[in-house]
Design a binder for this molecule. Sequence first.
Ligand code: FES
Length: 219
Amino acid sequence: MTNEPSTQTPTDAWKQALASRKTEVAEAETLPLAAVSPIDRHVSRRNFIRASFWGGLGITLLGSVGLLLDFLWPRGVKGFGGPVPAGNVADYPRGGEPRANSEGQFWIANLDPGETRRGGTDGADGLLALWRKCPHLGCTVPWRESFTWEDTQGWYRCPCHGSTYTKSGIRVFGPAARSMDTMAIEIDAAGNITVNTGVITSGGPDNPTRAVQHPMLPS
Ligand code: FES
């Protein structure tokens, strides 16, 4: 083993020492960058979870609203609340007694304006459909052909509290606040009648003007 004399000068030693310090500083400078990266990943994951939660909640709510609308949407409504057939105009002689329609919950008659008696048609001329539900508290109002009141026979008379209506549904007595409600009537070219029980108009003094005419209606 030989001990050779060192050829390194003091200047070289200083250069080496300085180089060594630079390396350490450079490595230290990289530390913060290395530390930031996992935090970013963590924040990104949290955002992803949050977005997934709200997105899932939104889709669930939209689905629920869609199901509710689908359930409530009227399609092919039959019976009360929709169009109800009521025969042909030929079935209704002018001035005849009102006919009950249980499916549509209405009375229908071909009213004669010549029936001027008290309790008569109030000048109505044609087909009129009256909702049989009493405007007072909702009892079913019957047509009472033989009921006499104020010396005239034939009235709508509610059995619950006595509200009394003429043949065109005009209220003349009792606690009901208005006349009987009317329903929309459509008649096709062949005279077939459809009463739209979903289109109800509140009863009023203009009930007689709501009577519907048709060329084939018996006169
Ligand atoms: S419910 Fe018809 S008069 Fe009261």
